[in-house]
Design a protein around this ligand. Sequence first.
Ligand code: PLP
Length: 366
Amino acid sequence: MSCDLLTLATPGVATLEPYQPGKPVEELQRELGLKDIVKLASNENPLGPGERAMEVLRRPKEIARYPDGNGFKLKARLAKYHGMSADRITLGNGSNEILELITRAIIQPHHEVVFSDHAFAVYPLVTQAVGAKPVVVQAKDWAHDSEAMAAAVTANTRLMFVANPNNPTGTWLKCNELTRLLETVPDHVIVVVDEAYFDYAVLPDYPDCSTWLDIYPNLLVTRTFSKAYGLAALRIGYSLSHPEIADLLNRVRQPFNVNAVALAAAEVSIDDRKHIKKSIQANQDGMNLLTSAFDEMGLPYLPSAGNFVCVDLQRPGREIFNQLLRKGVIVRPVDNYGMPNHIRVTIGIEHENKKFIAALKKVLAS
Ligand SMILES: *Cc1c(COP(=O)(O)O)cnc(C)c1O
């Protein structure tokens, strides 16, 4: 009987596989009875939120009241930070919501949505949910092939997702590659540049395309408070775009899509540059520790601009993932991203990184 209810799904939803989140620590504790568990599976900031955000979070909020549905104060703060008018900013329940809003606002079933192979899982998800055609462009050395992506655009294309850097690969498009792509793509295609890891991506050739909105009106840049800002549980992100794109997003979002606690914490976090600096340093130290260990173990890995790294174990990653679980280390298998021999590990704090390396050595030796 209940099976019949599944036939009610729209064609896109009928074949949709839900997003697989990283395993929660409590679940593993329950399952294996382990006490000491490290979670390096969802690219959160291992340092947590900054002190300013913590202060705000300790103060009571007006929980009985609806939040400011327009996020006036946070948008004003962000507008100042980015040096642009507030009508270019849209707040989302995580930046994932923005990815969904733009898709719902402009995509019809006969439209095509372009993204790369091995790209962030939410792109195919939102595309399929509206019944549109995903156009998956073959990757080059696991990274986005910007020229092939531009070439994949047709008269039916309305949307392109570019993860910069990409999750799970950590690869990124350089400034000249991204400008060439934006120059090539016609104006009827909205190009979403997903900059979830922007603050971690401190590389000389890494582009800050939030400053290009005047040149490319079809550009939509997404940022999040979930990663370097350490507020993943609060669910808050935002986009920067032409005011008319912001207008479209505003039409389809829920009236109170961002909660009051998230708004308050994000407001003080954006100016807490000390915490971001500290987080970047911790990330670079951890990245060096992990990649040196991989070098020593003879394991190839992808260069990463994020707070995570994909390592090639040269054998099925899911098996190693399961064995690491039993040693109290949660990483991310990426076979569902077409990467069966890799695992993705989030950079943790020192003792977490060391515990992971020790566990990996043991597992690989057994
Ligand atoms: C983590 C991540 C996001 C952010 O998701 P939120 O909804 O803001 O928590 C977006 N894009 C990519 C590529 C990510 O890895």
